[in-house]
Design a protein around this ligand. Structure first.
Ligand code: NAD
Length: 248
């Protein structure tokens, strides 16, 4: 049990990568607070040992504080919530930009600010905690077509990750980002369905993956478990790609 004794907070845990990571962390002995803006999706955790499902909109700063306040302890934060805007700079509105940065970057700022005092108090004030932020290969790592706002906001995630890591490296806090390639999740399927020709759209997503297939959410979860665990105790401030070769 690599996460025994640890309590984790996960955002956007109702489906997709967030859910796969919650189940993987709970299977390794963590107590996981699985949160999502959509309470219906949280019903899927009924009867799952080690998981406490709590509705949470990460655009609501006060709600984040309320959840963190009632947690008995916080060892791990996995910031998974994010939104994909489709389009070039010429198709981007101010509102699109604001929304994506609020969900993809500002929400991580808020959750980190809420949990850090708890993490710094761990181990009798010596500090211990692992923060894992969802970025993407589409960020400062790689430009992809029609991902102007998304790439910019996920680059911000890598920047804020490194800043937190640098500020708290001497106080027991680690902060890393993960950068998946294309993962077959409900939101990806929604994006595929939004195309005029969904079959061609799926083929195009697969074509950009050198392994010739999409990842499953379960193939991303082991990286999150590793970063949450003490196995990664010497790793901080990094952006870990798990991308099927898209950045080779
Ligand atoms: P998904 O659609 O499968 O799940 C997204 C979840 O986020 C939903 O359960 C939704 O209810 C929740 N959510 C939306 N707004 C929220 C809010 N304001 N507060 C709390 N929860 C909210 O998504 P996914 O594809 O698993 O993506 C999860 C994360 O992984 C995102 O940050 C995404 O950018 C990132 N990512 C995805 C891929 C991919 O190919 N799927 C690749 C790289 C990175």
């Amino acid at each position: 049990m690599r996460l025994a004794g640890k309590t984790a907070l996960v955002t956007a845990a109702g489906q997709g990568i967030g859910r796969a990571c919650v189940l993987a962390m709970a299977a390794e002995g963590a107590e996981v607070w699985a949160t999502d803006v959509n309470p219906k999706l949280l019903d899927g955790y009924d009867g799952v040992a080690g998981v406490r499902a709590v509705p949470l909109d990460v655009l609501d700063k006060a709600a984040i504080a309320r959840v963190v306040q009632v947690m008995p302890r916080v060892d791990v934060l996995f910031n998974c919530a994010g939104f994909v805007h489709n389009g070039t700079v010429l198709q981007a509105s101010d509102a699109d930009w604001e929304f994506a940065f609020q969900l993809n970057a500002r929400a991580q700022f808020w959750t980190i600010q809420a949990v850090l005092p708890r993490m710094l108090a761990n181990d009798e004030g010596r500090g211990r905690g692992s923060i894992i932020n969802m970025a993407s290969v589409c960020s400062s790592i790689k430009g992809l077509p029609n991902r102007f706002i998304y790439g910019a906001s996920k680059a911000a995630v890598i920047g804020l990750t490194k800043s937190v890591a640098a500020d708290f490296v001497g106080q027991g806090i680690r902060c890393n980002a993960i950068c998946p390639g294309t993962v077959d999740t409900p939101s990806l399927q929604d994006r595929i369905n939004a195309h005029d020709d969904p079959v061609a759209a799926r083929k195009a997503f697969i074509a950009r993956q050198p392994m010739g297939r999409l990842a499953t959410a379960e193939e991303i979860a082991p990286l999150v478990v590793y970063l949450a665990s003490e196995e990664s105790v010497f790793a901080t401030g990094q952006a870990f790609a798990v991308d099927g070769g898209i950045t080779i």
